[in-house]
Design a protein around this ligand. Structure first.
Ligand SMILES: O=c1[nH]c(=O)c2ncn([C@@H]3O[C@H](COP(=O)(O)OP(=O)(O)OP(=O)(O)O)[C@@H](O)[C@H]3O)c2[nH]1
Ligand SMILES: [Mg+2]
Length: 347
């Protein structure tokens, strides 16, 4: 006899099974990349992404969220082998409870006009067809080939941090850009004298564009801890000392927060990206990305770099150093800044 269905939050390891389920239920469409849809949900109200599990198998899913006016539900899927057993109803009840807990006064959903089976299902749950037309406009063409790059395909990266290089390269490769490190062109160290991430990123990018003759990308990033008034902030790399090791910085941070309860350990990573077309570019492209979390009491995980082992990501219930590189690169401050930067590039 199969065990009872459990509904729980989606975790990244569920992705393969969930996508297979969506395919079995006919929910995938060429213009919606399911991996990207999952990544987007993990970045927004991730706790509204639920799965149904039976005998350690994913048999259902639902994505719910609240936009400040209405609750919305997407990707409701129930294993076709378990039809008519109340699984869809159970998932919808969980989705409704979630958006109601956020204060949403009404749940909305969209159905394709020819999906009469689903229409009957929702009517049985008390949903009524609204006298409205649904309009949409695509802002990102997920399924389409990437637009041609407007810049030279090779950019110089104004950084000496190999971990940043790896993350930024992975983010830019799908758009056809390659990165070369500034150290190929100059050994000179740029002093990061700015008070803001933007100022420091500009200093680094100007220098790299000048010594290489290439368009330049710089990332200035860091960790802001609320209880420390935003420190270490722009000084994150040199918090414990000039050229401090990650371990020394982490140790100093733990010490500074010693004894503080969880509720007072909130923090965020910040990444500012600057892109200059040339060394004198008067109109730099600038993008900022933020990643909220909190500081753990002890290091967890071995991936990533810097403060990753101390940075806990509540939506994923893991430290940043426990995330596979590919997942960190979908949800991090750097990924968010890069998506914003890419949106500013002319198509
Ligand atoms: O755990 C982390 N995960 C991250 O994803 C991350 N991003 C930034 N940081 C911290 O902030 C400093 C940046 O300082 P920063 O922008 O000056 O970079 P950097 O000095 O390492 O290299 P460069 O690019 O300046 O050459 C870094 O060293 C780290 O301590 C991170 N820590
Ligand atoms: Mg630096």
């Amino acid at each position: 006899m199969p065990e009872a269905v459990q509904i729980r939050r989606f975790v990244p390891d569920d992705a393969g099974a969930v996508i297979a389920l969506w395919q079995a239920c006919g929910l995938t469409r060429p213009w919606n990349d399911p991996q990207r849809d999952i990544a987007r949900k993990l970045a927004q109200q991730a706790e509204g992404f639920l799965v149904a599990v039976q005998d350690a198998r994913i048999v259902g899913s639902v994505m719910a969220g609240y936009d400040g006016h209405r609750g919305w539900v997407n990707y409701l899927a129930a294993d076709p082998a378990l039809r008519h057993q109340g699984l869809g109803r159970q998932l919808m009840a969980a989705a409704e409870a979630y958006v109601a807990s956020l204060g949403a006064p009404k749940m909305n959903l969209q159905l394709r006009e020819d999906n009469t089976g689903a229409a009957l299902f929702y009517e049985r749950l008390g949903y009524r067809r609204d006298a409205v037309l649904s309009y949409g406009k695509r802002l990102v063409l997920d399924g389409a080939a990437p637009p041609p790059a407007p810049l030279a395909q090779t950019l110089v990266l104004a950084s000496r941090n190999q971990k940043k290089l790896a993350e930024l390269q992975a983010l830019l490769a799908p758009r056809g850009y390659a990165l070369r490190l500034v150290s190929e062109f100059s050994d000179e160290d740029v002093e990061e004298t700015g008070e803001s991430f933007i100022e420091n990123a500009l200093l680094k990018a100007r220098h790299a564009a000048r010594v290489s003759g290439l368009p330049a990308l710089a990332d200035d990033s860091g960790l802001e801890v609320a209880a420390l008034g935003g420190a270490p902030g722009v000084r994150s790399a040199r918090y414990a000392a000039e050229r401090a090791s990650d371990a020394a910085n982490n140790e100093k941070l733990l010490h500074a927060l010693a004894g503080l309860p969880e509720a007072q350990r909130s923090a965020r990573f910040v990444s500012v990206l600057v892109l200059l077309r040339h060394a004198q570019d008067p109109v730099p492209l600038i993008a900022q990305g933020f990643w909220p979390g909190r500081i753990l009491e002890a290091a967890q995980g071995a991936n990533g770099f810097g403060y990753d082992p101390l940075f806990y990501v509540p939506e994923l219930a893991r430290s940043a150093a426990e995330l596979p590189a590919e997942l960190k690169n979908r949800v991090s401050h750097r990924a968010r800044a890069m998506h914003s930067l890419l949106r500013q590039l002319p198509a």
